[in-house]
Design a protein around this ligand. Sequence first.
Ligand code: AMP
Ligand code: ZN
Length: 466
Amino acid sequence: MALRFYNTLTQKVEPFAPLHDNVVKMYTCGPTVYNYVHIGNLRTFTFQDILRRWLQARGYRMDHVMNITDIEDKIIRHSLAAKQTIYEYTKQYTQAFIEDTATLRLQPPERLVKATDCIDDMVSAIQKLEERGYTYNSDGSVYYRIAKFPEYGKLSHHDFSGSLAGARVDVDEYDKADARDFVLWKAKKEGEPSWDTPIGDGRPGWHIECSVMAMKYLGETLDIHTGGIDLAFPHHENEIAQSEAITGKPFARFWMHAEHLSIDAQKMSKSMGNFFTLRDLLGQGYAPETIRYLLASVPYRKKLNFTFEGLSAAATSIDRLRNYQLRLKTGHFADGVNAAIEERTKTAVNVFDEAMDDDLNTAEALAAAFEFVRDTNTAMDKGEFKAGNVASALAFLKRFDSVFDVLEPTPPKGGLSDQEIDALVGERNAAKKARDFARADKLRQDLAAQGVIIEDTKEGVRWKRQ
Ligand code: AMP
Ligand code: ZN
């Protein structure tokens, strides 16, 4: 069966193909950079990485945008407390986010965009909403009038009829299942950062950020919009209300949401204080691959309860796969090909592919790999596995690892020299020229893991250290 995903908008599993050519236009709500991300956040980002990688395995190219929310209520509070500007304050956590995601081997999105770099675009979007009658002003702030958008609630499947008027909300965060007019532009408050613009001196609300950054880089209709399930309402509902009011077109075709990572049966969250950062776990001696494996192993729409036993089990599973790979590479097998084993390998590939096509069923994909390892290990013990069976078994492991990426141990950190970086950037350019995008992406990711960011500009390719 074809590639298919669960779409929160339709509440159905639907066949997926991008709207234009073979490029998938995808938007991800990025982190609010007021602290280190925790492994709950990273579960959602790992899901997006698995999604990216599987789309690429299926022959698509990615055009993926992620925002960095670097202006928001909590950021302002924390930066004021730290006596830093929001730029100083958010820079350190933006860098930490880039490092942490690279450590977890998450492919960087094609574009990582800061909200504060798009203020003008947000102002124009709010002006368009004003022209179309979707806004009202109060005390220098601009609000979205959700009663003007009858489809409000179509993503979160709440029926708001009868309650669409009246109360409004100024804060970026609220979680009651209660529809309220939300703020698009907040009037300047003394001591807070602000921008003097044609719609007043102030700053944008959180929701307008994502609508604007998504459409600026990806066009009016995205193929996929992703985030954690807690963002579906109100944030994504508000993104739809804003974007569709501006364009009159569907904002995103597929909405994909990751379930929560919990701990002791409670959602892991910064505000509850029940969280581990990636750095906490690395400090306790866990390898990045182990954490990656744990986060990826449970299908993204199922809750994942974090435990240290789960982490140990992930480490054991990775060891089994690495030992198997080593046996394949170094074992002595009799000449010839065992046709039945070639068939077994083909079945493993098919079952793996089918599991991933089925809304990224990573648990079944892993089961396909482990059953294959068990069966072929037994065949090796019995002398039935032949030298001619090695290549296809290794190819299956390679396919497996193009998604899970856990077989290579993380090397100890050592800085690259400028010459070494130049050489790797040159290799990436050559790979791109040869249209070997997988190799080009891999090089970009390797460099990101070493703290080097590549930028494709009109003038050519540039790189910089973080
Ligand atoms: P934030 O920085 O709070 O905006 O969160 C960044 C991303 O992490 C969003 O997509 C959230 O939905 C997601 N997220 C937050 N907490 C969890 C959790 N416990 N499990 C999974 N995803 C989460
Ligand atoms: Zn967003």
